[in-house]
Design a protein around this ligand. Sequence first.
Ligand code: BG6
Length: 789
Amino acid sequence: MFVTVFLLLVTFCVQGGNGQEESQRPGHVSVVIVGGTGDLAKKYLWQGFFKLYVNQVSSGNSFSFYGGGLSPVEKSTPVLFEILKSVNCSKDVSEERCALVKEQFLRLAQYRQLKTLEDYQDLAKHIEKQLQEEGMVEAGRLFYLSVPAFAYADIAGKINSSCRPSSGAWLRVVLEKPFGHDYKSAQVLATQLGNSLKEEEMYRIDHYLGKQVVANILPFRKENGKFLDSIWNKHHIERVEVIMKETLDVKGRIPFYDQYGVISDVLQNHLTEVMTLLTMRVPTNLSNSAEVLQNKLNIFTSLLPLGKHQAVIGQYRAYQKEVQKELNKTKDHVSLTPTFAAVLAHIDEPQYDDVPILLISGKMLDERVGYARILFKNDIFCLQSHNSVHCKPKQIIFYFGHGQLQYPAILVSKNLFKPVLVDSEWKEVTEHQDVTVLGLPISDYYVQTPVVLKEAYAELISHIIAGRRNNFISNENLLASWDFWTPLLTSLASSFPRIYPGGVDNGDMLDVSLKGRDIRYINEVVIISPDQVGGQSTNGFQVMQGKFRSADMVSAWMEELVERLATDIQEAAEAAVRKGGVFHLALSGGSSPLALFQRLALHHFSFPWTETHVWMVDERCVPPTELESNFYSMHEYLLRHVKIPYYNIHPMPVQLNQRLCVEEDRGTLVYESEINKLVNGSSFHFVLLGVGFDGHTASLFPGNKMNDHEKSLVALTESPVKPHQRMSLTFTAINQAQKVALLVMGKGKHELITQLSRVKDNPEKWPVTGVKPSKGSLVWYIDYDALLG
Ligand code: BG6
């Protein structure tokens, strides 16, 4: 009965509202919010659709609105109407007009139970009947899925099989994040949705893209290109920050939040989107969605991978109790879900080489504020006049809202340039309150703000109706983003977040420092006690010296160990350069030395690279451009970051005559004669080796006939794992060296270390036991994980 009355009124409104001939009638749009009485719908969506209705009703479009849900009509209809009654008009609409349109809007809406396929079929029939009865041309159908993501595929299937409009009208299905919780799940979801919907029918919402300041980043960059083009690069940018601080906790949302945590909840989407808008190439045509999305995608492909050292995580103290309560867990249940994360990203492009990009967000922090800041380098040194404008920080801030300023704005410090306004929807602010924004009084900035403040969801809803896709997430971008974040999530899965009290009491607990590519809390809280390292005294975090297989051993936690090894190499280098003006260093491949390479590249600026020759201990028979190539990783992690002359770099010649490791090409002899020619007595100053799980070292594997290459310095060998063919220094070359270091790290090597501590020398079975420098020294560098398990 209730519904029928509404329908009659709809008919009246639509016909009376535009009163045009059918041929001239604009199309009719049916809007269906699935989850129409849920939280998001209540807070933002209905308000957004109401705004759309207010704006479009005068332009002649007609609408009907359906709030869908699992509960029966009798139960949810009153709930829906309570929500609808609370929608507001913007300030520029008179009270009278507002009351009128609100009444019309209410008449156009109804609740529908949307549970079974029949329910969706009934809805489709209802829409068609209405179109027919009222002689309306259909423009399209918009389904807004405001439901948990696990329900998407099923609903999309039902929409596909029963609710597609007839040809000529569009179907648009709006999806809310989370779109998966890692790369794999996002891919599964994408495939499931792809079975029912075409990519162009899906609108994946990230509400940050609807925030006015965020939506204005690209237009701002474009309009101000004449100022920005020359400074938007590594030579001028000190740092990029994308920050979203919140004061609220997640009480009431734990069943959702505990599965995701801050990284998946906001960094993977909102903060990443902002970062890409700041760093992507500005599209030549901002309204060309394909170009916008492609340029964004390009940034993803240039992001350097994130590892454990590129993030710190925290959890507010009360979180554990909230989890135990909301998930019905006992007191000993521990959740490792982070509610705070600070991540340091880098883009591997000449424009942004080594520019730190900080992404930070957290719950229960001291203030609610969101902004992105580009901090520029300032090459002026102020001896006295610190208050002069040229001494102050140079920065551009995209201020999303809240915080000190309380309104969205773009701020450019006055010592940079005076920005132009993007369009008439923005105005300059010249009357300021007395506030300071990120270290500068507001009067030190040029400030621009939107003339009319608009809500993000309302903005995006109007884009969906207009079919503008550039402020939505494409499937490709989504997967690229998960591809970037998933390895970090995996590596942090068993990490303990730092516990913080919440609010102002956090003090400096969450402050971070950037060390090269690594990020750390400024105050290290050491929680590891001696008993956690197997009862042996390790002097807390210090380096321990001892013996292993009758040779010297240095042991420490991984970071300290790598630092110690880097320092030892540097000392050897300095000594060799002092003595003979040159240092010959031979480096192994594999994963263990990567941390060392990074350390040498980033922390050892005084290393005598100009006098250093870098040789290879071994190489896989693949082209040097392949990820598997040892030279490739040596280049990526070390060589391209240091000032070493090209002619001092000696890759192994595995590729000659356009083929790989063919005996007749005599690559081994080529390398050997290069060593003989340049290295005094063919005795390297320092050889860095690792040990494989099977006891191999360099590319000398168990079972390889070591005697075959008795006198040679270089040999072709066979590996039991792919790629099988290798080139390697022989024991002859290794044992002639002045210093040999054997680096072993990680829990996975504990068993091997235990075995090696017991076995006798047997190079055929345990090749590493054949490392016995004849005149030089051998030192084992073993981290606590490998040593103590
Ligand atoms: C949501 C997250 O997407 O964004 C929330 O799920 C977060 O955890 C919210 O609070 C922040 O949005 P805004 O617009 O208030 O900054």
